[in-house]
Design a protein around this ligand. Sequence first.
Ligand code: 3PG
Ligand code: MG
Length: 397
Amino acid sequence: MTFKTLDDLSDIAGKRVLVRVDLNVPMDGGKVADTTRIERVLPTIHELSEKGAKVILLAHFGRPKGQRVADMSLEPVAQPLADLLLAPVDFADDCVGKSAEDAIAELSDGDVLLLENTRFHAGEEKNDPAFAKDLAELGDIYVNDAFSAAHRAHGSTEGIAELLPAYAGRTMQAELEALGSALGEPKRPVLAVVGGAKVSSKIDLLENLVGKVDMLVIGGGMANTFMAANGINVGKSLCEHDLADTARRIMAAAEKSGCEIVLPADAVVAREFKAGAENETVTLDAIPSDAMMLDVGSASIAKIAEKIDAANTLVWNGPLGAFEIAPFDKATVAAARHAAERTKSGKLNSVAGGGDTVAALNHAGAADDFSYVSTAGGAFLEWLEGKELPGVKALEA
Ligand code: 3PG
Ligand code: MG
């Protein structure tokens, strides 16, 4: 797909540019607990501000369902944003109407203003044309820099893009380019690593991937469902036995399209789900009936490393084991570091994202060395499912 970027914008001094950003950051005791998403939107804001635009930020926060909910205000995010931007950020306590209009009227060229949570208005999630029009009237140009909210067809992500000249911001652009290089026109062979707890949440994703990638490593709790479908006794492991047919269907589809599925070769098992729980590594025919698999062992790690070495492109979503509780983070950490090394030496294009994937890669100290780590959760998953994202579609030139 083609879309316009900030390169296509000229003469924006004095123009009111509405920039959709994702500031849906985790909070802890009223303070921003992780600033990654804030850092990602800085380049676009800087660039527009330096060119003299009046930068007006649109964002959602939490899921207030169309009501004003005090602890879902974006106000506590304005100062952390200003600190990272090294410039003041004004705040208006509504995203449409008089308070937004007044705040915008006060802006000088290059100033930055954050508007209150778009989801305080029911029209946002309903993608109500009247709400989108109220938003659009506040600006001359629309820039979407929020890939991670692009799976939502909302007023500030989709509706408004139809009403104003629309452009992709730098982070949106980087995201689309990285994702395109991983699944659009990738350098083969392509390896996908998919982990996480449940097959049920990733059926569409697995079905899409087996038709697109050359190798698919399945790890985490969801691997147990596949192993059980292959007749392996997984003991007390997390397992969706009712999805055995689905797992078999996915494996058959993979075989048909020439995608090699790589399942665990051994198992790290324990009797309790807790950090430091007593554990042992066993072969797949020896999983005790009263134990559960919390990670894969060294034979599996070696096999995964071999696949990473064979690949030119890697797409990663989800941990391989219970990485939150040591020592069951071992396989995830080893595989992530191996992929990071291959990337650093120029042999691998590695793209990761979705849910706790970023946390897992950060935990492994590997995130900085991946080619691209998306901060998107649901949007990354929908993209892996092969779905068209409405917020991206609306930018199509
Ligand atoms: C996210 O946190 O994944 C995005 O900001 C989207 O939020 P949502 O899932 O509430 O739409
Ligand atoms: Mg989400």
